[in-house]
Write a protein that binds this ligand. Structure first.
Ligand SMILES: [Zn+2]
Length: 105
């Protein structure tokens, strides 16, 4: 499903295509219904919808991806430095063998 229904243009839904925010639909009896997805419309169906737009959700997910990439880059830097320090250590082989035993790989 790519669009949420409006009061003037309700969507047809199936159990597999229910949108995550407010949407209007027509029930089998032909009655126009609102499935509220935000507190504003639970209280008043004519209130302005406060559900996240796809653009807002995309922006939040894109930021989360950037944060995770930054954390991964930091972890990679640490991993390479730690690995080099262990390999340079006199007991490096034993430490690596112990680490492999602990992680199972
Ligand atoms: Zn809403």
């Amino acid at each position: 499903m790519t669009a949420s229904g409006t009061r003037d243009n309700p969507v047809t839904t199936t159990p597999d295509s229910v949108p995550s925010g407010c949407f209007w639909f027509v029930d089998p009896d032909g009655t126009l219904c609102l499935a509220p997805g935000c507190m504003a419309r639970i209280q008043d169906p004519d209130a302005e919808c406060l559900c996240d737009s796809l653009t807002t959700r995309y922006g939040r997910l894109a930021q989360k991806l950037r944060d995770l990439q930054e954390r991964q880059q930091y972890a990679d830097t640490w991993w390479h430095a730690l690995r080099a320090a262990v390999e340079a250590h006199p007991a490096g082989r034993a430490i690596l063998a112990d680490t492999q035993r602990r992680t199972g790989r």
